[in-house]
Ligand binder design. Structure first.
Ligand SMILES: [Cu+2]
Length: 297
């Protein structure tokens, strides 16, 4: 009875405190300093929610733990005239059950919420409006716009070209996406493992030679975003950069039409441009020209 009344009175200051803290927060703080914003794609709010909720729970655990440590250190500190070890306690069953069950609940909880959000982000909604194939290659990107049978072939970022030593961003490969339309991206590699990462979209996925990965999403905010390779892939990994432009469907159509009008960008750059000849599914490696080559390894 008494504890019920106590709980009721405890709720009010906590609610007021949380509301006050949230009211004073910037958007950047509210999303736990993640880049982008909740409305960048149809998936970013899910990712931000998982991130922020996890931090709130973990900080609460941290505050309780740190408080208990400090409390114990202060209350049970060695006082004047005390000698020897303090009374040693062990086998406190309630405490041991508590510190076994609570972390277990936390781990199961984090797992369940992560699995739920991951399943919703990875789900294939079907019937994409736009299908794009991305090839990672050392050290750039090829984009195939599959519905329109056009492509762009990227070149590695040109660094130290500007006077201040920075990268010339105007030369980066650009991926166009129409806002508000369902996009399917097929993710592939021409050589080694890369990772396709659009930073503000809060998503990245490995590009594995011989395997096609997928990403299904809807970009929901027009703008220019930065993309990069997120898997160390060799000497110029850090120059494996690209730009994403999320534009209106009309602008997107105009862009794709401009690619179709140029002989340089017509057709697709398929897996026949891969630099590995022994990918799974591509058949045996070509026979050596000379019959006298060593058979040894
Ligand atoms: Cu790479």
């Amino acid at each position: 009875m008494r504890s019920n009344r106590l709980r009721r009175w405890a709720v009010l200051p906590i609610a007021v405190g949380v509301a006050g803290i949230l009211a004073g927060c910037t958007q950047q703080q509210l999303q736990g300093w993640l880049p982008g914003s909740p409305d960048t794609t149809n998936q970013t709010s899910t990712t931000i929610g998982l991130w922020v909720t996890s931090w709130i729970v973990l900080l609460a655990v941290g505050v309780v733990t740190w408080s208990l440590i400090i409390w114990a250190a202060v209350v049970y500190r060695r006082r004047k005239g005390q000698t020897g070890l303090p009374v040693q306690l062990r086998y406190n069953l309630p405490v041991e059950i508590f510190y076994t069950i609570v972390p277990l609940i936390l781990v199961v909880g984090f797992f369940a919420f992560t699995a739920r959000d991951q399943a919703s982000i990875e789900a294939d909604p079907g019937n994409p409006d736009v299908k794009i194939e991305v090839f990672g290659k050392r050290w750039s990107w090829d984009f195939n716009y599959l519905d329109s049978n056009v492509h762009t072939a990227g070149i590695q970022a040109q660094d130290r070209l500007n006077d201040d030593g920075s990268i010339d961003e105007s030369k980066l490969p650009v991926l166009y996406l129409p806002v508000g339309e369902k996009v399917q991206i097929d993710i592939e590699s021409r050589d080694v493992i890369h990772s396709f990462w659009i930073i503000d979209f809060l998503y990245k996925k490995d590009m594995i030679p011989g395997k096609t990965n997928h990403w299904y999403f809807t970009p929901t905010k027009e703008g220019t975003y930065k993309g990069k390779c997120a898997e160390l892939c060799g000497q110029y990994h850090s120059l494996m950069l690209f730009t994403v432009k999320v534009v209106s469907p009309d602008e997107y159509a105009a862009y794709v039409a401009s690619l179709a009008a140029s002989p340089d960008t017509q057709g697709l750059l398929g897996s026949d441009y891969n630099t590995l000849s022994n990918d799974p599914g591509t058949g045996p490696a070509p026979e050596p020209e000379s019959a006298s080559t060593d058979s040894g390894e």
